[in-house]
Design a protein around this ligand. Structure first.
Ligand SMILES: [Zn+2]
Length: 386
């Protein structure tokens, strides 16, 4: 079905899969969000299973195993980038086809949310997007019922695809050495070395990367988070090494931001990492407040989910590379100041400098390269686009 079928509402009767009750469309609406963004809301009776494809002139949301309804009339708000919405039933798949008034930018994953039912609403698939240059978007608008190039699940950067931006943060620096191993190894030196190696490998894989520091300088935690904001990063990776009063404790660990620590140990770690710039707490709180104002509760939720997804994947690639993990949960949570931003990300404690064997490992090029290879894999496995 090419563009001819576009303006028509086509509700087909199709054979139903006996074992999966089909979802059904309940409501369609658009709205304007701060920052001149268009919001598309698709309400369905049960949790939607979806994929997106989009070109210069249209955005198509594919809902699998879903029935459309002719009496669902889209409520279109003024001032959005959508001027018409049609339903196209393609077998068991329902396509919501939104005609756009112009080119949009690539829709980032953190702009797409699935919300649980609340008092007045069923499940809602919420998609926010802004007018753009069409950068990273296939110039040939995908027609419904065909597999478009921008269809989800791109795992590697492709020619013409948006280049994803990653900010790599080497913890500590300058007057703040971080933790110090028994052999005198300083955390700030190890993490800078790993950060530089990671940058060059990610660059070679087609990512655009920035280091928060590329030499032995001191940066406040807020400044690090701010770099991620200013560079419009898609992912933020903060590298650290750990110390534990028990010299036997070893292994890496991965953290995401949470206002509540997952355990006492995570809380202590966050306190010691945050302590790095107690001096600047006032300035940081203001920055943190600004971030909160900029992010709706929904978006905060989306950033947290994406961070969790990245961190879980990273723990897996580290495990697969046979890098020893500290006993405990795969991903921990703690209120790290450096992770407080609109950019999804994780803090990786690469290992324990307080453990004699691991201190030696962390200093070796070979082990650093192994860590870097595992982190590169975790970035490649992370699904930036939807
Ligand atoms: Zn640290």
């Amino acid at each position: 079905m090419k563009s001819a079928g576009f303006s028509a509402i086509v509700i087909g009767i199709s054979p139903r899969v006996a074992f999966a009750a089909p979802n059904s469309l309940k409501n369609l609406r658009t709205g304007v969000q701060p920052g001149d963004k268009t919001r598309l809301v698709i309400e369905t009776a049960s949790r939607p299973s979806y994929s997106l494809s989009y070109g210069e002139k249209q955005l198509i949301v594919n809902l699998s195993n879903t029935n459309g309804h002719g009496d669902v009339k889209p409520a279109l708000a003024n001032g959005t980038l959508i001027n018409r919405i049609t339903q196209v039933q393609d077998g068991t798949k329902l396509q919501i086809v939104a005609a756009l008034t112009g080119a949009i930018d690539a829709i980032e994953k953190n702009q797409i949310m699935v919300l649980e039912p609340n008092g007045d609403n069923d499940y809602r698939l919420v998609i926010d997007f802004a007018r753009g240059t069409g950068r990273g978007i296939d110039a040939n608008a995908p027609a419904p019922t065909t597999t478009a190039k921008n269809e989800t699940k791109n795992t590697a950067p492709q020619a013409g695809a948006k280049q994803h931006i990653i900010v790599i943060d080497a913890g500590h620096g300058g007057k703040d050495p971080g933790c110090i191993g028994k052999g005198g190894t300083q955390e700030k030196t190890i993490v800078l070395s790993v950060a530089k190696k990671l940058k060059s490998k990610l660059d070679a894989n087609g990512y655009k990367t920035f280091l928060t520091r590329s030499n032995d300088t001191y940066l406040k935690l807020g400044e690090r988070a701010e770099i991620a904001e200013k560079k419009h990063a898609d992912l933020f990776i903060s590298l650290h090494a750990n110390a534990n009063p028990s010299r036997d404790m070893k292994g890496f660990s991965i953290y995401t931001l949470s206002e509540k620590a997952s355990d006492e140990e995570a809380q202590k770690l966050a306190e010691s990492e945050n302590a790095a710039d107690k001096i600047d707490v006032d300035g940081f709180e203001q920055f943190s407040k600004d971030i909160r104002v900029a992010l709706s509760a929904l978006q905060q939720h989306a950033v947290a989910e994406l961070s969790e997804e990245y961190a879980t994947g990273c723990a897996k690639t580290m495990n697969r590379a046979s890098i020893e993990q500290q006993p405990g949960p795969a991903v921990r949570h703690a209120p790290f100041a450096v992770l407080r931003s609109t950019v999804p990300g994780a803090l990786i404690e690469l290992g324990h400098l307080s453990n004699k064997k691991e201190e030696k490992l962390l200093k070796s090029d070979e082990h650093q390269n192994k860590l870097v290879a595992a982190i590169v894999k975790s970035v490649k496995a992370y699904d930036f686009d939807v």
